[in-house]
Design a protein around this ligand. Structure first.
Ligand code: ACO
Length: 442
């Protein structure tokens, strides 16, 4: 049996048949400790660590986002997410995540103008949209289009990783993904695309590309723009989540930014991750279609050991702070727009029941960011197939910041985990199993 003893700044690991190994203890800003096994464990002992799902493993040191899952704390570059959601715009938070500080007035102007400058997509790329089949999932379109950016803007390859090239690629991506997202929606409903406008700010521009048409201009509402900023901010980063880890893993092979982010988009699509926002709304539509009460639905989920989508989180063992922000924003938006969403009453009741039910309490299951975000999107007029695209739009600054941080970190290496092999031992082909043998088969 292996055991570890904390000896001030070293952990002493004792393994059968080995001298004790001293492993360095690394501490984060808040004092949270980690045992650094990077260089000493396998080299000195032959052992590797086995950690399914990385419940106990930090893959890197990062200065972007701090998250305490027990206390429900989330900080972007040190700022509480609640404060940013209350007082900032999404693009300023994007700037903060990517550059490490909030933009001053001058930087804000330059950033806005850069985002505007890069918002158009190459005319040849625009033709791609018409070749996707009707009803194609917008996440399939988004991931394909983002990786295609590397064909149209190839200068950000490994051979040209200058700071300026990276900054342009990052800005271009933030700006163009918004255009691509809106174009995919227009494609899915068979309407002509609406081009970005230089006189509109980031969120207003997106809403205009989504909802204005040749016959009716989009009517901007302050509360809608505010709510959109809020949901994008709470999605902007979440340290080493599944999609960000995908971006870092793929990025570690030194692919270009677009290819790394496309990998993140694909990971995000999964229903256990970003795809949960679509699943939440589908689940509630199903509950209403069955004519179930919230209590009946909860009992069925428990009995059948189904997932209550929008609940539970790998890190949060308490209420997700982002869910609180989104819930508040959702209530305010619906109130201001006089919308009575039939799903909301059941959602609120389910939350009340589940957060007082031992089944969920004992497993530390509380609403996560995806529980209420779908109701906000519905109020804005965004269809459920687009929900995960909205998540991707929000998470983009986080992915970019992590990709940049990783490339800048001298300790960052090609991500290539070990495994514990449990398959057959060495064996040889029988004569019957051979294709090429004494007698050549045709
Ligand atoms: N509803 C019901 N039971 C759940 C839920 C849920 N939402 N989540 C976890 N559980 C149960 C599991 O069945 C398991 O029960 P058991 O101990 O009886 O076997 C126990 O809680 C522990 O669950 P794990 O799957 O081991 O927890 P893990 O940390 O691996 O999973 C996850 C986290 C994937 C988010 C999970 O809670 C889940 O699937 N939630 C629903 C999907 C969802 O909302 N995803 C979005 C997460 S937020 C984000 O990615 C943006």
């Amino acid at each position: 049996m292996a055991d570890t003893i904390n000896n001030n700044d070293k952990a002493i690991l004792t393994l059968p048949g080995h001298e004790p190994v001293a492993l360095p203890i690394v501490r984060g800003t808040a004092g949270d400790p980690a045992i650094d096994i990077t260089s000493d464990l396998r080299k000195n002992t032959g052992y590797v660590s086995l950690d399914y799902g990385y419940h106990n493993t930090a893959s890197c040191q990062s200065a972007i986002t701090y998250l305490d899952g027990e206390k429900g704390i989330l900080l972007y570059r040190g700022y509480p997410v609640e404060e940013l959601a209350e007082k900032s715009r999404f693009i300023d938070v994007a700037y903060l995540l990517i550059n490490g500080h909030m933009p001053n007035k001058q930087e804000r102007l330059e950033w806005s103008s850069l985002l505007n400058r890069h918002s158009l997509i190459h005319e040849d790329m625009r033709h791609f949209f018409s070749h996707f089949p009707d009803g194609a999932h917008p996440m399939a379109i988004l991931s394909a289009m983002v990786v295609s950016l590397s064909a149209f803007y190839p200068e950000v390859s490994q051979n040209a990783l200058g700071t300026e090239a990276i900054n342009i690629a990052a800005t271009r991506l933030l700006s163009k993904v918004r255009t691509i997202a809106a174009f995919s929606y227009k494609k899915s409903i068979g309407e002509p695309v609406v081009h970005p406008r230089h006189d509109l700010r980031y969120c207003a521009n997106f809403l205009n590309m989504m909802f204005s048409s040749p016959v009716a201009p989009y009517e901007f509402k302050r509360e809608v723009i505010r709510a959109l900023n809020t949901v994008l901010i709470v999605h902007a980063d979440h340290e080493q989540n599944c999609s960000t880890s995908a971006v870092r893993a793929v990025g570690s092979a030194h692919v270009n930014l677009y290819a790394a982010v496309a990998a993140g988009i694909c990971a995000l699509w999964g229903p256990l991750h970003g795809g949960a926002n679509q699943k939440v709304v589908e689940m509630f539509e199903d509950i209403l279609a069955r004519g179930e009460t919230a209590r009946q639905a909860i009992e069925r989920i428990k009995r059948e050991k189904k997932l209550l989508f929008g609940f539970g989180h790998r890190i949060y063992k308490t209420y997700d702070p982002r869910a609180k922000i989104v819930k508040k924003s959702c209530m305010e938006l619906l109130d201001k727009m006089h919308i009575d969403d039939p799903l909301l009453a059941t959602m609120l009741e389910m939350e009340e029941l589940a957060t007082h039910d031992d089944y969920f309490l004992s497993r530390h299951l509380y609403p996560n960011v995806d529980f209420y975000s779908g109701v906000v999107y519905r109020a804005i007029g965004i269809p459920k197939e687009m929900f995960t695209v909205m998540f991707a739009l929000g998470r983009l600054p986080g992915w970019i910041a992590h990709w940049m941080e990783a490339l800048d970190d001298p300790r960052f290496k090609l991500q290539r985990p070990r495994q514990v092999y449990v398959g057959p031992s060495l064996r040889h082909l029988t004569d019957d199993e051979c294709y090429y043998g004494d007698q050549m088969k045709v």
